[in-house]
Design a protein around this ligand. Structure first.
Ligand SMILES: Nc1ncnc2c1ncn2[C@@H]1O[C@H](COP(=O)(O)OP(=O)(O)OP(=O)(O)O)[C@@H](O)[C@H]1O
Length: 220
């Protein structure tokens, strides 16, 4: 592997709810190089989403560090983490990454306002490449599951990220949409993006360069 674009060292994350403690991550490490696609699988509750949240800087690990494109992401104030995220990371999350009161086109435009002009892919091209240009003026709630998945990917790619993090991006889509989304992920990887995708789909795992499996917060 070339120098990793995304690197996680010995991540720990605990949750406490009353008397109950959950050890969601117990010393997880990961290095992903430019152009590499890593699929993360594992049973429900094994820590996949927690890992992705830590890699995105949406959550702070209790131990360990995350580095993205040479910048330390963990153990910083949220304001700094969101700046690093805007510069280097694209995210496709199950909860959706679309703002409800903006059209698909304006969701893309909003992300692009936060990044340097030189990294901007023309919005129309982005919408066409993700197969959602015909619904550019729709609001998120007017989209089907498959359309929302494609719009989510357009938004995730709007800052031309070096790292793309996706949580079950093909979870609710039909076979044809899954194939299109996979082709896009492959295209991004071919362009040098490091991709980490949490998935239960065999089709997604089959196109990954590496498939890693979590169990009880550790790699198996
Ligand atoms: N905010 C939280 N507070 C308390 N416990 C949490 C919290 N977030 C996650 N957990 C617990 O941490 C463990 C790992 O959860 P996580 O969501 O990362 O698993 P997952 O592998 O993504 O599961 P799934 O496939 O069901 O989405 C689970 O036991 C979960 O209940």
């Amino acid at each position: 592997m070339t120098v990793p674009v995304l690197s996680a060292r010995s991540l720990y994350r605990f949750f406490r709810a009353g008397e109950e403690e959950t050890f969601a991550l117990q010393g997880v490490g990961l290095e992903v190089g430019s152009g590499e696609t890593v699929a993360v699988t594992g049973p429900s509750g094994s820590g996949k989403t927690t890992l992705l949240n830590c890699l995105a800087g949406l959550d702070e690990p209790d131990g360990g560090t995350v580095t993205v494109a040479g910048e330390r992401l963990s153990h910083r104030p949220e304001r700094e983490r969101s700046g690093i995220r805007a510069r280097h990371i694209g995210m496709v999350f199950q909860s959706g990454n679309l703002l409800e009161h903006l059209t698909v086109r304006d969701n893309v435009a909003l992300v692009q306002r936060l990044v340097a002009a030189r990294t901007r892919v023309p919005p129309q091209e982005l919408l066409e490449r993700t197969g959602i240009a015909h619904r550019a003026d729709a609001l998120p709630r007017q989209l089907s599951g498959g359309e929302a998945a494609r719009a989510g990917l357009a938004v995730a790619l709007a800052n031309a990220p070096e790292v793309l993090l996706a949580d079950e991006p093909t979870g609710e889509v039909d076979g044809e949409t899954e194939r299109r989304l996979l082709a896009l992920l492959r295209e991004r990887a071919a362009d040098g993006t490091a991709v980490v995708v949490v998935t239960h789909s065999r089709a997604v795992a089959a196109v990954a360069d590496r498939v890693l499996r979590l169990r009880d917060g550790r790699w198996t």
